[in-house]
Write a protein that binds this ligand. Structure first.
Ligand SMILES: Nc1ncnc2c1ncn2[C@@H]1O[C@H](COP(=O)(O)OP(=O)(O)OP(=O)(O)O)[C@@H](O)[C@H]1O
Length: 765
């Protein structure tokens, strides 16, 4: 081990802020400063590492700066050191491209455009600056004000562009797909039409609202000055006619605002619900098809959190803040030209907070990203621990560790509290800064506009209707803090959901199928070697034959690889070398579903769903009749106990079958496999929890069931396999130590014989 560590530490000298924390065969943990506090960079680095053949898992944690890499036997520890160093260098030098596989690099055609930027942009900036300087020094008051307004608009555009580009790059690299769309567009996906409809309604609603504001401004003008000039041109010459006209216009505008606001809110909410539903079902479908290794490697609470809270957040953003953004944009698009046209002298001061707020929001967004990632991580750990502790109810009570568990939750809850406090502090600070900017600008607009009216450079008729409008805009601007907060939460949620969706799904392999009526069920393992990621070899060059139509038993030491053989046969995992054949066909050439339909599998710890006994037996054979369910239950010796329950087969068994004994659970699972009626059946310690008498009864009925199929029985209790046609005795390291029938093995006086004597002695004792 020290040599491995030594080999990996050779990179410490390189100034990358990457150093190994722990190195074990198949797994390394590194500290990488680059990802510390940078969730997007962490995603990019992890995505880049996951693309490398031989790396089975890569995670980068922006909270701790830790990078975890699991790899298979193809890569040596020193290779991993080199790979991590190279990936960190690439991400540091070229953050936008590091997450993508090499072929997805930008096409050469786009290169000239990228090269022009460094030349054109400075020329434009210097030229613009000189022109602005000349206008400010030499120009009239009006041109000075126009230049100031232009400066405000340019600054806003620069900040918004930067914010937008920053998040586009993130989305591209987090998914590693090379897609160049903004995360928000990715989130909307196929619901663009509804988005456009909602956006159009929002724009119309905001325009109606501004018209209403203008009409109210004119009303004030009529009351103060006796008339509003625009109304005179409409033929309303007297003050009372103008007031009646304005009353009508206000009523129409009010009705339009109410109607449009109702319709747009409805559209936005529907859009949010569609997005939430769509992302949840698509992500869950993806999760269901993940490779089992990845599915088992994910914390259940984390996956559940992504499928509930995170997809909920994606929808919630469009149900609320997106509407606000649209209305804000509309206000800006209408008011900026209106001000420049009608009152250029106060335009720049009215809109000065816009770039400032945009810049503050961008700055806040960068900081909040790390905060939200940290809070999310803490919450996920807390959720996981809560579920774990609750599920371990009996264990906790038997060890009297209730207080210890409560303490553990307390500590994790405190860390959530602390990290949320930090996030809240910066979010509230940001919101209040934004509010102060908008209030200051409102006051300045009134002051400078009022002074302009007093010194005669701005007509009161023009200023009057414009007073309320920027205030309306700036009031909306004060919500930018909250919108940025929601936006940031949405990006964090999007990244978590996307991470799940980038985990690889099971590849189907070949196109071959098995005709269930034709399957004989001969299984051959030919020189199979297999190791779980980061673990020592579980099966080493293993060859064995499971003959068709017979009962074959696998017995032997714990951890010797018996269950692993079953998992390889089901293609939950693939062998690293060697072949697994069924009826002479390599199982990798078969469709996974076709293979799995041909095999009935009762796992060591079978899972029962929260539902009735009948539902659980029927699981996977949904078309089975009640009689078939009953017959399968009888063969599994389950009918007798089910019949004694008040609700019989309709009895609800609770989460994971909590309302049944271990032996009863096993019999339900066995009945489920019997009902599946597949040509190959694997029973992995399927009756280990039932008493000897019931097991003997099960074996008697199973003998009839086994006549026309291949049975693989994995057991520690040798009485379970005594009548098997062939018994393989497995030993540590995944090798076959002995094989033969029960009598042959006893005659060998080897491992099996001594195990038998031991168990017979135990029975006798
Ligand atoms: N999901 C997994 N991830 C990593 N290692 C695993 C996993 N499952 C099993 N192993 C390891 O693989 C080896 C073989 O395990 P396996 O479950 O096949 O043994 P077994 O013979 O069925 O044991 P038992 O009789 O105790 O059920 C063991 O060392 C085990 O720790």
């Amino acid at each position: 081990m020290p040599s491995l560590l030594g080999a990996a530490t050779e990179f410490r000298s390189v100034e990358l802020g990457a150093s190994p924390r722990s190195v074990t065969p198949g797994r390394q943990r590194w500290d990488v400063k680059l990802v510390l506090g940078r969730p997007r960079t962490a995603e990019i680095l992890a995505a880049a590492l996951r693309h490398i053949p031989g790396i089975t898992e890569a995670q980068a944690n922006p909270v701790t700066g830790g990078v975890l890499v699991r790899h298979d036997a193809r890569l040596r520890a020193t290779d991993i050191g080199r790979i991590i160093r190279r990936a960190v260098t690439r991400v540091a030098e070229e953050p936008a491209g590091a997450g993508r596989p090499a072929p997805a690099r930008p096409a050469p055609a786009s290169a000239p455009r990228a090269d022009l930027g460094p030349v054109v942009r400075p020329v434009l900036a210097v030229g613009g600056g000189v022109a602005a300087g000349v206008a400010l020094i030499k120009g009239s008051t009006l041109s000075r004000q126009l230049v100031a307004a232009g400066g405000v608009a340019t600054a806003t555009a620069v900040v918004l562009r930067k914010a937008w580009r920053g998040t586009v790059d993130t989305s591209r690299d987090a998914t590693g797909t090379g897609a160049e769309r903004h995360p928000l567009l990715e989130i909307v996906g196929p619901h663009r039409r509804r988005l456009y409809r909602a956006a159009a309604l929002s724009v119309a609603c905001q325009t109606a609202e501004m018209a209403l504001g203008t009409f109210l401004g004119w009303t004030g003008l009529v009351l103060i000055k006796g008339e509003a000039a625009p109304l005179v041109s409409l033929g309303l010459t007297t003050a009372s006619a103008q007031l009646w006209g304005l009353a009508g216009l206000v009523a129409v505008a009010c009705a339009a605002v109410a109607g449009l606001s109702y319709a747009s809110n409805l559209q936005w909410r529907r859009l949010g619900q569609d997005i939430e539903h769509d992302w949840r079902s698509r992500t869950y479908r993806h999760v269901q098809h993940l490779e089992l290794g990845h599915l088992e490697g994910e914390r259940t609470s984390k996956v559940a959190g992504a499928l509930t809270n995170d997809v909920g957040q994606l929808g919630a953003f469009f149900a609320g803040p997106a509407n606000d953004v649209l209305q804000l944009g509309t206000s800006l698009a209408v008011l900026v030209p209106a001000f420049l046209l009608l009152a250029p002298q106060i335009a720049w001061i009215a809109f000065l907070p816009v770039p400032v707020i945009a810049w503050l929001s961008l700055h806040h967004q960068k900081k909040a990203a790390a905060d939200y990632a940290a809070t999310g991580e803490c919450r996920s750990k807390l959720g996981s621990q809560v579920i774990n502790s609750l599920e371990a109810g009996a264990t906790v009570k038997s060890f009297c560790t209730e207080d210890y568990e409560a303490e553990r939750i307390d500590v994790l809850s405190e860390s959530v509290q602390e990290s949320s406090r930090q996030t809240d502090r910066s979010t509230i600070r940001h919101a209040e800064t934004v509010r102060s900017c908008t209030t200051a600008s409102m006051a300045a607009t009134l002051l400078i506009g009022g002074l302009s009216v007093l010194n005669g450079t701005l007509r009161f008729e023009v200023f009057s209707p414009l007073i309320g409008l920027p205030q309306m805009l700036l009031m909306r601007m004060s919500r930018v803090g909250g919108i940025t907060d929601q936006y940031q939460r949405t990006l964090a949620s999007y990244n978590r959901v996307q991470r799940l969706r980038t985990l690889p799904v099971e590849a189907d392999g070949g196109d071959g199928t098995l005709d269930l009526a034709e399957v004989r069920g001969e299984v051959v393992l030919d020189g199979v070697t297999f190791a779980y990621p980061g673990r020592p070899t579980a099966l080493k060059d293993l060859s064995l034959t499971i003959p068709a139509g017979q009962v074959t038993a696998l017995v032997g030491a714990t951890g010797s690889g018996k269950t692993t053989i079953a998992r390889l046969l089901m293609r939950f995992q693939d062998a690293q070398s060697g072949r697994v054949l069924i009826d002479g066909q390599d199982i990798r050439d078969l469709r996974r579903h076709s293979l799995r339909h041909a095999i009935g599998f009762v796992a060591q710890d079978p899972f029962l769903f929260d539902g009735s006994i009948a539902d659980n037996i029927r699981y996977g054979s949904f078309a089975a009749s009640d009689e078939e369910v009953l017959r399968a239950a009888a063969m599994a010796e389950a009918h007798t106990f089910v019949a004694t329950l008040p609700d019989g087969y309709d009895t609800l068994i609770g989460e994971r079958g909590a309302a049944l004994s271990g032996g009863q659970r096993q019999r339900i699972a066995l009945a489920r496999a019997i009902l599946k009626d597949s040509p190959v059946v694997i029973l992995d310690e399927a009756t280990s929890a039932v008493d000897n008498e019931t097991e003997a009864a099960i074996q008697r009925t199973l003998r009839g069931f086994a006549t026309d199929r291949t049975m693989v029985v994995i057991a520690h209790r040798l009485s379970t396999v005594r009548h098997a046609d062939r018994i393989y005795v497995m030993d540590k390291g995944g090798i076959v130590a002995e094989q033969g029938t029960h009598d042959e093995l006893l005659a060998q006086h080897g491992l099996y014989a001594s195990l038998w004597q031991l168990q017979a002695g135990e029975l006798a004792a």
